[in-house]
Design a protein around this ligand. Sequence first.
Ligand code: HAH
Length: 329
Amino acid sequence: MVKTTVEVPSLSKVYEASFHIGAAVNVRTIESQKDLLRKHFNSITAENDMKFIEIQPVEGQFTFEKADQLAAFAKENGMKMRGHTLVWHNQTPEWVFEGADRETLLQRMKEHITAVMNRYKGTIFCWDVVNEAVTDEGPELLRSTKWLEIIGEDYIEKAFEFAHEADPDALLFYNDYNESNPEKREKIYKLVKSLVDKGVPIHGVGLQAHWNLVNPRLEDIRIAIERYASLGLKLHLTELDVSVFNFEDKRTDLTEPTHKMLDLQAERYQQIFQLLREYRNHITSVTFWGAADDYTWLSDFPVKGRKNWPFLFDENHQAKESFWKVVQY
Ligand code: HAH
């Protein structure tokens, strides 16, 4: 039997007692996915529109228009909003680093953080203050970036201090991907622990959770959750998606997901959410990096133009098998 819309429960209501359910959005999807977002999600994150290059493309010229539209959408619909992101090596304009010594760059960092956080005070309850500062492999802990090169290792704690000064009520997160990989997990742990030990105002770890049908292993996800939770910080899944392509799957010709993919995805989502429910005392927010399969960044990453179907809702915003496995437990 075909399930009709009325019988579909609200995802965020089902999870109300456990954690917020979020979606990454942009100015197009708050229109095209409006009904779906309102029904199933009680939190949003700007996919791109609050990144440095979008908000301050030229020094001192703040372009808040798109970010404002997203913040207004959150307010109108009584949704929470996560802020993404203040200090990152990507999507940051060149001018930020041009001719900068340590003091100049710290000043530019502070001005940006203060302006952006002030504007969304009261709307945005938490910020990914620093994104992806840790290396994926090799002996170095910190990724080689202009922030590190020009300011030095304390650029991370400075970012958190500026953020805390700008909005003392905001929850401040360190956010990263490959967060469940054992080698990178220990690096992230080490970095965050050093911040906590120094008394830096940090309140949570964001696990991006860009996962696929088999990787990372469920057991590695569990260990990562326990490891980060042992620091006494809140955990958010900040960018969850489950790619239907495993690393070795090189097909580029699919116009729809195979039945096998969708079955495996449903089973995977079931296992993931069962695990997340187990850790609901630590995990307070679970955000998908999109809402439905009609729009996902994965259709351009890592293979440009290869369509992907990573969410609980299909291209027509209908509940997939994965959805039912997540809400029926
Ligand atoms: C995330 N990086 C970013 O946090 C987010 O801002 C962006 O929209 C999409 C994904 C994940 C990532 C990457 O950008 C490059 C390599 C690996 C992982």
